[in-house]
Design a protein. Structure first.
Ligand SMILES: Nc1ncnc2c1ncn2[C@@H]1O[C@H](COP(=O)(O)OP(=O)(O)OP(=O)(O)O)[C@@H](O)[C@H]1O
Ligand SMILES: Nc1ncnc2c1ncn2[C@@H]1O[C@H](COP(=O)(O)OP(=O)(O)OP(=O)(O)O)[C@@H](O)[C@H]1O
Ligand SMILES: [Mg+2]
Ligand SMILES: [Mg+2]
Lengths: 317, 256, 283, 283, 256
């Protein structure tokens, strides 16, 4: 519904394809249709983005559920209002990778990961969660995975390629880039360990949820149109090649900017994962993640899903 | 204007520095204070100038300072105490500025005192360009600029080599002859004391007590020519001090 | 000697006492100010007052819990560390890195600094290099350090080593340059050998500067601890702080930062002791 | 005077020349060494040699391209920056942060340092605080800085401001403490007012220490640039380096690091000039 | 052993410091060198001790150093040049260590020289605990330890206060009377020069030239008592130097 009122919102962005819906929505004028002028704020990592939303510097963002996010939600600063990236059975999902060295050493299935070094960015990150899920499912103790905190994705990549860590798990488009080289081998998929994993969510500040819920609704509306285009173009591939190329070009404005479009194009297209239509949220997955955070003492024991999620905006399941 | 030092005693913490010092500085008179190292001469001079206060006893002023004296009690320091970042001129004007003397009035004073100390050519020089003797001349010029009633001089020549010292001693005598300022002149050098002092106050080793006050009547202007006659006084002073000086020299500083 | 009348020696008791005329007044005192009264109690007082105010602000909600946790919460986080025994694990890991990195950085730094101070050729060749490399932030090199030294203790120790090396070099050669030339000349005039002069005159003479270089390099080492423990550290105060930052556990963050501050003060206290001990010959 | 025979004055020409006996030999020379010959050419030579060796190592594959890019590649990255005009964008962003952060940090630091140096109460209250806060790595506080100062220029400038504030405070009060007490006493003895003494004696006397504090704080500011630009910076040399690190673009990384080094040398050159200008009164 | 200074001239860069200096130091003789500030006295002494080399001319030794002399040409410095981190004893042993003298042999020498300089009680003291006079005594003890043939002294007393100077002057005369070392003694102080010198070399202002060599025949031991008789020599020297000293003092250092 077109709105007379114009609002400027700051949207936090990481240079990842999973943030494409916002980019598309902005470029195609979906936000404008909702009376929203979107401004993007780039971040190098999800954690500062969450803090920036808590402090009111940024209005909306998309990231994985992390300890930092839950911690901020517990303090009444941020709320998850929708879902984004999710593992679905029909689409290629996150991969489990090992270094060539480890592979030759006999790590050929995730069950062999016991006693191996698994790279994560920070404690309480999605990588941390996935690692423990693997351990739980394969039936070895979580402590048998030795987790190496490397603080940034590039550091993890460098460590994996040089064999300084044995394993990692990551979204398919990055995984694809790595396994194409010599140094990294894929040994499994996360979907086998986490069912319908809600990888990333849309979140905003509690202030907006409480005092300006209508803005959040309009944002989600614009965002959802971006999601629909993204899925059509890159996941379901139902769009014409021409339109798809246009979408890819839009994404390239913010992602893989360091390479020319020709090089970035395949990287953007490869292994795109589904983003939930209408920003639907898999509450079951969220609950499972919350349980895991609590079991690992990464969030206060009194943390609840109710404090984290506001279910009034989107459909949950 | 007269200064009276009355029963001054002083302790620095545990150290007993001065004990019951009394003497009077009359108008136009130069008193030399001599005594072994560490006997409290500099401390005493700081009391006289009001820079520190003694544990007991007091320093009194009687009579009015001459009109036009901006700073009746004026120091000349052993280490010159010139501001290294100001020129000769700037160092003199420093002490005028706070009395609101600027511009041509200041200029006139500066010209006058630099001429009297033979520094007219060095107005724009920085202290680092000057020899020790010249630096002390600047300090004297600065002191003259405030028209002092009493000059308080703490070993003003001891940082200079002996030839320069000789030259400045002559200059001091000449300055005094023109304008009879009073002065308290602390020194280790007995020759200086007998050249300059109307009275010589001899202090004992720490705690400093007045051992003797020696008066010399010979006019200052004649003393250079008649040094031979003063030889005996000097020897007398040396005999008074020799043992004390030796003992003071042999003292171990009790720094842990 | 007609004019030169030396009075008969009079003892101090007999020195005539001046009698103050009625108009006499004390000399004006003008020596006040610019001297520091020791007010040791004020420091702790200010600390306590600040912390009390902060706690009060947090309790009343004046200070938002997002902006800053209450000091009591930070203290609770500390007690957690103590009770779980993690304090020692973290401290041990960090101290190991600090000690190894700092020791080798300092040893290397002192050696290179001495060489620069003693040999014209080394000076001319290395000094520009040192000046050029000194201002490089070690944190910028972390990605390379991972490749060069791995993600184990190597890169952490190397970060600290590099950080402490340069200031030590600079302090050492500065110290050598400032050794009293007269002492060296004295050594030569007594025919002391080159080695004797270096060992007995130059090195002890440069020691004060070297020690104050240690003070600086120690504080740099602590600052670099966080950067060093960015790469694959499970334990360590820096890792603890980074984890607290990632989880936005501000209580733990403040607790970790306070630990670093105390560590810094402790080290500088010990260096102060070392200075007292080694430089007791100074006035 | 029977024994004391002053010879008739003889001019220097007439001074009898000693005639050396046959066995005479020159006094042995023992004043060598410990003096620095200026060998200005060696420095650039070493630089050039090192870079040539490095290039050679890279070309022949002796130095793995993962470990270190060839200098020529780093230079190519630099030329890229120049050609795309990004150099100025990055430089401008970084310089703005440096200048604003450093200026305010220094101004505040000098003011607080003067207060600590002049007033016993301030000293007793603040000095322990300064010592306690100084060793805290600013990078550890980044999460809090985002909350406190936002993700805009605020937190970047604040990082640099905090980093420069403390060393400036320490240098300044140290400078005030070291002002020759005799000069202050001289000022008092001439009846100068408190303000005159502070303005005309203490501040100029502390200036050398303050300037050398600036030298230190400037290099700290550069080191902190990378940390500051970790938070949501699109442009800036630090951001460029971080981005290069994230992409493992080692050529860009080395290029950025070299730019920081040159920036550091440039600033220290200008501070040297300022010292020459302001302290020309020093021997 | 004799020292011959032959036609020594020297330039420091542009500065012409010494010009054609020649004289001979005979065995057991004390030569005092006087001259205005900056005329190159210290420089000349450094040439004599082999610490620097003149631009032209040379310094020659004739004859053998007495056996047992570890360091024939030995300095005593104006600023004492004691290692502040070594005790009195350590400062003396410093110059023995390099000759392989350790343990009881070193101890015997140290005992002897400390006794001769009246320092026996201060063996374990650090320099910072000592007064200036005591420090210079340590430096003298250290010089005596190597049994020098020639002592090279650069204003050894000028850093001391005049009473201490007087005391040390007596000690030097006493030391010389017992053991007739030769010495080159640089000083500004004419009184010292006439008290100690067999010959006094008067240098002109920079570039330093020999203006005159004055010989004094009176035995050193008698000079203190007969200072009056030396007054005239001293005055003669002062007349030789007065104008030059004044001009040297007035020179602006040409530091930019
Ligand atoms: N501010 C002070 N605090 C403590 N002790 C002091 C202080 N000033 C001087 N003293 C001590 O007081 C004694 C006398 O010092 P003072 O400087 O007055 O002696 P002096 O006679 O001038 O010595 P000198 O001849 O060496 O100049 C010395 O023992 C000195 O150590
Ligand atoms: N190493 C040096 N390099 C350049 N110039 C020097 C050096 N040493 C001394 N000079 C200059 O040579 C001149 C003579 O110096 P020297 O120290 O020998 O004089 P001096 O007669 O001992 O003076 P003073 O009486 O002040 O001790 C001075 O002008 C001095 O500045
Ligand atoms: Mg004194
Ligand atoms: Mg000299």
């Amino acid at each position: 519904p077109a709105n007379a009122q114009e609002d400027t919102v700051q949207i936090g962005l990481l240079s990842l394809t999973s943030h494409a819906p916002s980019i598309i929505a902005e470029a195609k004028g979906y936000f404008e249709e909702e009376g929203i002028t979107a401004e993007f704020v780039s971040f190098q990592a999800a954690q500062p983005m969450a803090v920036a939303i808590a402090s009111g510097d940024v209005d909306f963002g998309v990231t994985a559920i992390t300890g930092g996010l839950i911690s901020l939600a517990e303090r009444g600063a941020v709320k998850v209002i929708g879902g984004a990236l999710q593992e679905t059975p029909e689409i290629e999902g996150q991969k489990i990778l090992v270094s060539r060295q480890a592979h030759e050493d006999g790590v050929t299935t995730p069950a062999d990961l016991a006693g191996r070094r698994f790279g994560i960015t920070t404690a309480g990150s999605s990588f941390h969660y996935m690692a423990h899920k693997i351990a739980d499912a394969e039936g070895f103790d979580r402590s048998e995975l030795s987790l190496v905190t490397l603080n940034s994705v590039p550091a993890v990549i460098a460590s994996l390629r040089s064999g300084q860590i044995d394993a990692w798990s990551i979204v398919p488009n990055i995984a694809g880039g790595l396994t194409r080289g010599e140094d990294v081998v894929e040994i499994g998929v996360i979907a086998d360990y986490v069912e319908d994993y809600q990888v990333t969510t849309v979140f905003t500040s509690t202030d907006i949820v409480e005092n300006n819920p209508e803005l959040a609704e309009r944002f989600l509306a614009g965002f959802s149109k971006g999601v629909a285009d993204y899925n059509a173009a890159l996941v379901d591939k139902t769009m014409s090649e021409e339109e798809t190329a246009e979408i890819v070009a839009m994404i390239h404005e913010y992602v893989y900017t360091d390479r020319p479009l020709e090089d970035a194009d395949p990287a953007i297209r490869a292994g795109a994962m589904r983003i939930n239509e209408n920003a639907r949220l898999n509450l079951g997955s969220v609950e499972d993640q919350m349980e895991w955070f609590k079991s690992e003492d990464l969030v206060p024991a009194e943390a609840t899903v109710e404090n984290l999620v506001d279910t009034s905006f989107v459909e949950t399941f | 204007m007269e200064l009276m030092i009355e029963n001054v005693s002083h302790h620095y913490g545990e150290t007993h520095v001065l004990e019951d010092i009394s003497f009077t500085l009359k108008d136009g008179e130069i008193i030399c204070i001599i005594g072994p190292s560490g006997c409290g001469k500099s401390t005493l001079l700081r009391f006289i100038g009001g820079l520190e206060q003694p544990t007991s006893g007091q320093v009194l002023i009687a009579g009015e300072a001459p009109s036009g004296s901006l700073n009746p009690l004026t120091y000349i320091f052993q280490d010159f105490a010139l501001l290294p970042w100001r020129t000769v001129e700037g160092n003199v004007s420093l002490v005028l500025e706070d009395h609101g003397i600027h511009g041509s009035r200041a200029n006139a004073i500066i010209n006058d005192v630099l001429a009297r100390t033979k520094l007219a050519d060095f107005r724009k020089a920085l202290p680092r360009q000057l020899s020790g003797g010249m630096k002390q001349r600047v300090a004297i010029a600065r002191a003259l600029a405030v028209n002092p009633a009493v000059m308080l001089m703490d070993e003003p020549l001891s940082a200079l080599d002996s030839q320069t010292r000789e030259l400045l001693l002559d200059d001091l005598v000449e300055l005094w002859s023109r304008e009879k300022f009073s002065a308290c002149y602390v020194t280790h050098n007995l020759a200086e004391a007998v050249r300059l002092g109307h009275k010589i106050v001899v202090l004992s080793r720490r705690p400093g007590r007045v051992r003797q006050i020696v008066e010399i009547d010979m006019p200052l202007g004649e003393r250079f020519e008649r040094m031979g006659e003063l030889e005996e006084t000097q020897r007398h002073l040396w005999n008074l001090m020799r043992e004390e000086a030796r003992a003071a020299d042999m003292e171990l500083a009790d720094v842990a | 000697m007609s004019l030169d009348t030396t009075h008969a020696p009079v003892t101090s008791a007999a020195v005539p006492r001046p009698v103050a005329p009625s108009g006499a007044r004390p000399v004006p005192f003008r020596g006040g100010g610019f001297r520091h009264k020791p007010l040791g109690f004020v420091g702790p007082l200010v600390f306590v007052a600040l912390i009390a105010l902060w706690e009060l602000g947090s309790r009343t909600g004046f200070i938002s819990p997002i902006a800053l946790p209450a000091p009591s919460e930070a203290f609770a986080a500390f007690m957690d560390l103590v009770q779980t025994g993690m304090l020692w694990t973290h401290l041990e890991a960090s101290l190991y890195r600090l000690v190894v990195g700092w020791t080798f950085g300092s040893l290397l730094g002192v050696s290179v600094g001495l060489a620069i101070g003693l040999f014209s050729f080394v000076r001319a060749g290395f000094l520009p290099l040192v000046s050029a490399l000194f201002p490089i932030p070690k944190i910028a090199l972390l990605p390379l350090f991972i490749v060069w030294f791995g993600i184990g203790e190597g890169s952490k120790v190397a970060t600290i080593l590099f950080g402490t090396f340069f200031p030590t070099v600079i302090a050492t050669y500065g110290g050598v340059d400032n050794v009293d030339r007269n002492l060296i000349r004295m050594g030569q005039s007594f025919g002391l050998s080159w080695l004797s002069i270096v060992r007995k005159i130059i090195i002890p003479g440069a020691l004060p500067a070297i020690l104050s270089g240690f003070r600086i390099s120690a504080s740099i080492a602590i600052v670099l601890l966080v950067a060093a423990e960015m790469i694959g550290a499970e334990f360590g105060i820096g890792a603890y702080i980074l984890m607290a930052g990632a989880l936005f556990a501000t209580d733990q963050l403040i607790c970790g930062v306070a630990m670093l501050s105390i560590l810094g003060l402790t080290i500088s206290f010990f260096i102060g002791k070392a200075e007292k001990y080694f430089l007791n010959w100074r006035t």
